[in-house]
Design a protein around this ligand. Structure first.
Ligand SMILES: *Cc1c(COP(=O)(O)O)cnc(C)c1O
Length: 371
């Protein structure tokens, strides 16, 4: 490829400056070894590729790639509305639930406002909150790596505009019981938006009845995604359920055509292909049980996961375990000093992680009691 002269002429540093809040944003990071490993267990992707039915829908939509998609994804909204028996006015679809979350935060928060969320939780939260100029108020998880409802409610003050609940929580996999969740939401003042991120809802061990929650709490927004249980992380599609007034405000604050023609077709096909989703969920349940069993045989007990991953709170040994996993050909998600998140779904990848743990144990034994 030839480099354009334009690029060369303007290759000095720009003198324009981003808003100061941009410099302060945490950066998205990628897992170590992601491009070299045999198995990816670092991004909570589905290990099952799209079904033939979904691939056909993608191909047909791609053939019309010259045309803009529908303005707000009407067809996907109508499919979701039919299955969930929800008024289409209460549904917003978009290019992934992260994009929807950003649009919600843009519409409801901003400079001078605070957004409460659990921590450690999804790494995108502090970034998205920072981008819209709001202040993130992280509330530590409890000793069992779960949301701490009492502490989260206590963190709400006059400047709080929203609270984000990640249930099941990424990266620890813990979930609030339906009773705990309802009590927590009931404790949030009605003028504070409750954003319930249910990216892993389909893998949950104790799913909440969000239909009844939405009825009771008009300030509730539920976020769901096609990236995990529907296996479409690479195509970017998600949806949101909320009161029609909130849905309307979120649409007003969103760029048009947020859902590509191909993503919408894939999401509709995946939504219709129940057997495919059931298969993905089954693969996750089996894989989760297998990995947790292998860990417990080694004396390692992990928080009960309602998601497609398992959290290994190995603390100071996090970096070592990450390196050992990569050496065994599997990428994992490491949070330094805290732990390692392992996506489940592929037997060989689970075995590689277990072998990495055995490697570490052997290293410690050889290094003697000080290791
Ligand atoms: C994976 C994940 C999402 C999904 O985001 P998409 O933009 O829909 O791919 C959302 N929230 C959490 C907590 C996640 O882990």
């Amino acid at each position: 490829m030839t480099r354009s002269i334009e690029t060369d002429v303007h290759s000095g540093s720009p003198t324009v400056r981003a808003r100061s809040l941009v410099a302060a944003l945490p950066r998205y990071t990628r897992a170590a070894g992601l491009n070299d490993v045999r198995w990816r267990a670092s991004s909570n992707e589905s290990t099952v590729p799209p079904s033939p039915h979904i691939l056909t829908a993608i191909r047909e939509a791609a053939a019309h790639g010259n045309l803009y998609p529908s303005l707000i994804g009407e067809d996907l909204i109508s499919d979701i509305s039919a299955r969930l028996a929800i008024d289409p006015a209460r549904i917003v679809v978009g290019g992934g639930s992260i994009a929807l979350l950003q649009n919600v935060l843009a519409a409801y928060t901003g400079h001078g406002s605070k957004v409460v969320h659990a921590w450690r939780s999804y790494e995108a939260y502090p970034i998205l909150i920072g981008v819209v100029g709001a202040t993130a108020v992280p509330v530590p998880l409890d000793a069992d790596f779960a949301h701490d409802p009492t502490a989260m409610l206590a963190a709400i003050d006059d400047d709080t505009r929203a609270i984000i609940l990640c249930n099941p929580n990424n990266p620890t996999g813990t979930e609030l019981s339906p009773q705990q969740l309802e009590r927590l939401i009931a404790g949030v003042p009605g003028h504070v938006l409750v954003i319930l991120d249910e990216a892993y809802q389909e893998f949950s061990r104790c799913p909440s009845n969000t239909a009844s929650l939405r009825e009771k709490f008009p300030n509730l927004v539920v976020l769901r995604t096609f990236s995990k249980a529907y296996g479409l992380a690479g195509l970017r599609a998600g949806y949101l359920l909320a009161h029609p007034d909130i849905a309307d405000d979120v649409r007003a604050a969103s760029p048009p055509f947020g859902l590509s023609r191909v993503a919408e077709a894939a999401a509709r096909a995946a939504w219709a292909d129940r057997a495919h989703t059931d298969h993905i969920v089954e693969v996750v349940r089996e894989g989760r049980a297998y990995l947790v069993d292998g860990l417990s045989r080694r004396g390692i007990h992990v928080p009960r996961s309602g998601a497609n991953f398992v959290w290994l709170p190995v603390g100071a040994r996090t970096a070592e375990l990450e390196a050992a996993c990569v050496a065994r050909g599997v990428s994992v998600r490491a949070f330094d000093g805290e732990g390692v998140r392992v996506t489940v779904g592929e037997r060989a990848a689970h075995d590689a992680v277990l072998a990495a743990i055995d490697d570490l144990a052997a290293t410690s034994r050889n290094a003697g009691p000080t290791a």
